[in-house]
Each structure stands twice: as structure tokens, then as C-alpha cells.
Write a protein that binds this ligand. Structure first.
Ligand code: NDP
Length: 296
């Protein structure tokens, strides 16, 4: 079997187009423009790239983008004061504090100071609790993107065996909650899991979020399974820097029924879902119906 390639780039473009349509109609009908504020503390090069890309795509879908760049030595007090201002700004519907923060800042404290209704990353403890109890929440962007692609490929996920490899708060755990919410039978694997190959071989859906280049080989994949590769790993191959996932793509694609490539799979969906979350937050804040198909 040669797997169908799930094209995250095209899927993300479609999500952004849907968001742009909703934004245009919100402006026209309600005179409202959704706004996303992104806070960057310090000069981490990868974070700078992400923030630039988020700002650009926010404007492209017709939303307002507010960028706040703070010095690496910014005090916790000043950062919390900025978050408080954004919480109280009616033009700001989504707030994202780019992680990681410099070491002297308490990430949990800062994230939990964001108004949960504006927490478009879905990391606030209230949103984690709401998701865990199956209530309406803001859902972390990367797992939301994975869920959208899985639903699109399968229709219903009900009754499927899913394995999530990785138990981080930003990917693994919320991904498992979302799959459970869609009635999968979910196993969460991690570095202490015994006989990981055997666990993975039972799965109809494999989500790999580990951060280890090409760790999952094709012979762990059940024939016909759907493989969602969240990993983004930079490695050197043949003297060139290349991006690879957590799954060994070439071998897994021989066995899987469908697979996301790296790059061009889950990656582009993350910012598209950030925009979708900002739109959702804006609709909720204004008592308007939420956009269909863009939330969990
Ligand atoms: P973390 O480092 O926070 O978590 C990694 C998880 O993998 C941990 O739960 C760890 O287990 C588990 N793990 C590590 N080694 C093994 C192993 N040998 N066998 C089984 N499990 C293992 O990573 P993140 O969740 O933040 O990210 C995971 C990957 O996804 C990274 O490559 C990251 O770059 C990528 N990513 C991609 C995004 C996108 O937009 N596409 C967004 C976010 C992340 P334990 O808990 O036991 O230590």
C-alpha cells in the first residue's frame, strides 16, 4: 500500500480562506474586525520567525494584528501589566504570549493571567479543564489542526484505536482529549511506555509528537493506519540542513493508509488554527454564532 498524502499546506490554505470569508462578513454585517495580539519577549530567532509569520497571516485574513515586542530583561510585573491591558482592550479578541519565555519569567503565571476567553493558544488552566471535561473551550492550535485533518479524512473517528506518542501539555495531552471527545479508544505513549512498537502496531490512528527525528519506522505502522506526524526536527543529511518528522516517512508511507508529510503537514495548520481560534473568540465575545467546522 502507498499512503494517501494529507496535504496540510492546501488544508491550511482552505482554513485561512474560510476564516477570511467569515472576517469579511463580520466586518460588513456587524462592523467588527477580529484582533489578535502577539507578545514576544526577547530575541529568540525561532520565536521571531513564528511571530512574523503569525502577524503576516493575521493581516492576510483581514484581522487586526497587534505585535508587542519586549526586551529580554522585561520584568514579570511589566509583562503581567501588558497582558492585563490586552485583557481589557475590546479590540483584542485573541492574546498569544510566544513561548518559551526568558528564564526569569514564570510561564504558568503569565499564561494563566490571560483572560481564558482570549487565550487563543488554549494553554490557560481553565481551558485545559474545560477541554478535559468536554465543555466549550479554546483548543490548542496544533492538536486542533490534527483533529481537523483526521475528521476530514475519516468523517467519523468513533470507535477507532488511536495512539498519541508524547504527553506534553501543548500537543500530546490535548490531542488525546480531542480524540477521546471524538470517541476514539486512546492510548497515550511516552518515554516510559513498554514495547512502544507493539502499542503503535495496534493503532488505526498514530499521532507522533515526540521531537525525535524519524523515530517511528514503517514496520510499527498497522497496514492502512492514518499517521499524523507533528514532529519538526532539523537534521543534517548529505551536507544539507533538512526538516524531518518523528516518523520515518518513506517507510511509513508504504504501510499507512494516509500520512502527513514534514514539512507541509501539521506545521501549516498550526497558524491557520490560531486564526480560526481568534475568529471563534471574537464571535463568542460578541454573542454571535461560531464559525462551523473551525472549532472542536
Ligand atoms: P515535548 O518535548 O514537550 O514532549 C515530547 C514527548 O515525547 C514527551 O511526552 C516524552 O515523554 C515523549 N518521548 C520522548 N522520547 C520518547 C521515546 N523515545 N519514546 C516515546 N516517547 C518519547 O515536545 P512537544 O510536545 O512540545 O513537541 C513534540 C514535537 O512536535 C517536536 O518535534 C516539536 O518541534 C513538534 N511541534 C510541532 C508543532 C507544529 O506546529 N507542527 C507545534 C508544537 C510542537 P516523557 O513525557 O516521558 O518525557
Amino acid at each position: 500500500m502507498v499512503a494517501k498524502v494529507i496535504d496540510g499546506k492546501a488544508f491550511a490554505a482552505n482554513v485561512r480562506a474560510q476564516v477570511a470569508d467569515h472576517v469579511a462578513s463580520l466586518k460588513k454585517t456587524n462592523g467588527i474586525t477580529p484582533g489578535l495580539a502577539v507578545v514576544l519577549v526577547g530575541e529568540d530567532p525561532a520565536s521571531q520567525v513564528y511571530v512574523r509569520s503569525k502577524g503576516k497571516q493575521t493581516v492576510e485574513v483581514g484581522m487586526n494584528s497587534y505585535e508587542h515586542k519586549l526586551d529580554a530583561s522585561t520584568s514579570e510585573e511589566d509583562l503581567l501589566a501588558l497582558v492585563d491591558r490586552l485583557n481589557n482592550d475590546p479590540d483584542v479578541h485573541g492574546i498569544l504570549v510566544q513561548l518559551p519565555l526568558p528564564k526569569h519569567l514564570n510561564e504558568d503565571l503569565v499564561i494563566n493571567s490571560i483572560d481564558p476567553a482570549k487565550d487563543v493558544d488554549g494553554f490557560h488552566i481553565s481551558n485545559v479543564g474545560l477541554l478535559g471535561t468536554g465543555q466549550k473551550s479554546m483548543v490548542p492550535c496544533t492538536p486542533l489542526g490534527c483533529l481537523m485533518m483526521l475528521r476530514n479524512h475519516h468523517g467519523s473517528l468513533s470507535g477507532m484505536d488511536a495512539v498519541v506518542i508524547g504527553r506534553s501539555n501543548i500537543v500530546g495531552k490535548p490531542m488525546a482529549q480531542l480524540l477521546l471527545g471524538d470517541s476514539c479508544t486512546v492510548t497515550i505513549a511516552h518515554s516510559r511506555t513498554k514495547d512502544l512498537p507493539d502499542v503503535v502496531r495496534r493503532a488505526d490512528i498514530v499521532v507522533a509528537a515526540v521531537g525525535r527525528p524519524e523515530m517511528v519506522p514503517g514496520d510499527w505502522i498497522k497496514p492502512g493506519a492514518t499517521v499524523i506526524d507533528v514532529g519538526i526536527n532539523r537534521i543534517e543529511r548529505d551536507g544539507k540542513n533538512v526538516l524531518v518528522g518523528d516518523v520515518h516517512y518513506e517507510s511509513a508511507a508504504q504501510t499507512a493508509g494516509a500520512i502527513t508529510p514534514v514539512p507541509g503537514g501539521v506545521g501549516p495548520m498550526t497558524i491557520a488554527c490560531l486564526l480560526a481560534n481568534t475568529l471563534t473568540a471574537c464571535c463568542r465575545a460578541n454573542g454571535l454564532p461560531e464559525p462551523e467546522g473551525l472549532t472542536a
